[in-house]
Design a protein around this ligand. Structure first.
Ligand SMILES: [Mg+2]
Length: 345
């Protein structure tokens, strides 16, 4: 296979959040193969990401011959090794990889999940967890059919206030009863000491995981936390390529992997991360799992799937499926089923 063209744009619509996911925003990438089939991916990096395509990735992909998405992925990683490996370049490369998988599945006339695993039953809805900021929202989510909630607590008090967070979690647990999973997200705001103080304050409330308690570059902090926290530590939405997750395994950084398929290296990397996680008995719950790019992988790779709730500004747009009663169903369309109106046709 060869790629004949690659184009990218950053959507800018009135109801998108100002940053359209993180400061640099997300970009749609479209590739067209020499057989005329096109594929669409979403990557990160915003306008800077489009600059990376213009500066080097277009030349790399247009001059490559490949038989599988993984072959071109390897080429892109090798050619960007000296300035890539983590962050912006990998976020862009992710969108290209997803566009190629989209075209590759369309060539086989299959949804991506069926290409990965013919046993997938497309009629079975995938349960989701709802990301919330209050006890009331958690209770409302359960009453509406959601099977788990993730409570963001980083805004509850300063530095943080473990007593305040404990009260919120205790109230949530008492209103939900035993059983429904509750997860906690700190968005990288704390120190090791603060994280441990909160983890010990919450240890009796059946918490599935404590997510990103410290910033993603704080390796020593994760090592210490993961070995001493009474609650499993989750992270990985800001980690890149199989190498980053292999380091996490080798150093014992976290017990729940949350790769973001639109940033971590695309579907090729996510499939490698699934293999690594399974070989090491690590739970994997992809970041923004209800968006179609991750959802296909979850449908194909998980025995007990759980998808993170979709963002409002995606739901029902661009061919993204809408959730119903806390469940979401993969669209039965070739590729990822994503559709977007391209600027200038
Ligand atoms: Mg998070």
């Amino acid at each position: 296979m060869r790629i004949e063209s690659i184009e990218a744009f950053q959507p800018d619509t009135p109801d998108c959040p100002k940053d359209w996911r993180l400061t640099l925003g997300q970009i749609f990438i479209r590739i067209t193969l020499d057989n005329g089939i096109s594929g669409i991916g979403i990557g990160g990096g915003g306008l800077a990401g489009i600059g990376v395509i213009d500066a080097c990735l277009r030349d790399i992909v247009l001059s490559s011959d490949f038989n599988t998405p993984a072959e071109l992925h390897a080429t892109m990683c090798r050619e960007t090794m000296f300035f890539g490996r983590k962050g912006l370049v990998v976020m862009v490369l992710s969108g290209i990889d997803l566009a190629i998988w989209d075209a590759y599945a369309k060539m086989h006339n299959l949804p991506v999940c069926k290409l990965l695993n013919p046993e997938v039953d497309l009629s079975t809805p995938i349960p989701m967890y709802k990301t919330v900021w209050t006890t009331e929202a958690a209770v409302e989510a359960f009453e509406s059919g959601w099977e788990a909630v993730k409570l963001h607590v980083e805004g509850m008090g300063q530095n943080p206030n473990s007593a305040l967070i404990r009260t919120a979690v205790e109230t949530t647990r008492s209103r939900l009863g035993d059983g429904p999973p509750i997860m906690i997200d700190a968005f990288g705001r704390w120190t090791v000491e603060e994280s441990l103080e909160v983890a010990h304050a919450l240890k009796d409330f059946g918490i599935d995981w404590l997510e990103e308690p410290v910033m993603p570059n704080e390796t020593a902090a994760y090592m210490e936390l993961n070995s001493s926290s009474p609650i499993p530590i989750a992270a990985g939405e800001h980690e890149y390529l199989i190498d980053g997750f292999q380091d996490a395994v080798d150093q014992g950084l976290f017990d729940v992997f949350q790769p973001d398929v639109n940033w971590c290296g695309g579907l090729t990397s996510l499939l490698e991360i699934y293999e690594l996680a399974k070989a090491n008995n690590i739970r994997i719950v992809p970041h923004r799992g209800a968006e179609p790019y991750a959802l296909h992988a979850i449908a194909a790779c998980e025995n007990e799937p759980l998808a993170e709730s979709e963002r409002d500004w995606f739901s029902g747009r661009f061919g993204f499926p809408e959730s119903k009663d806390g469940h979401i169903t993969v669209r039965n369309k070739p590729g990822f089923g994503v559709e977007v109106e391209w600027p200038d046709g």
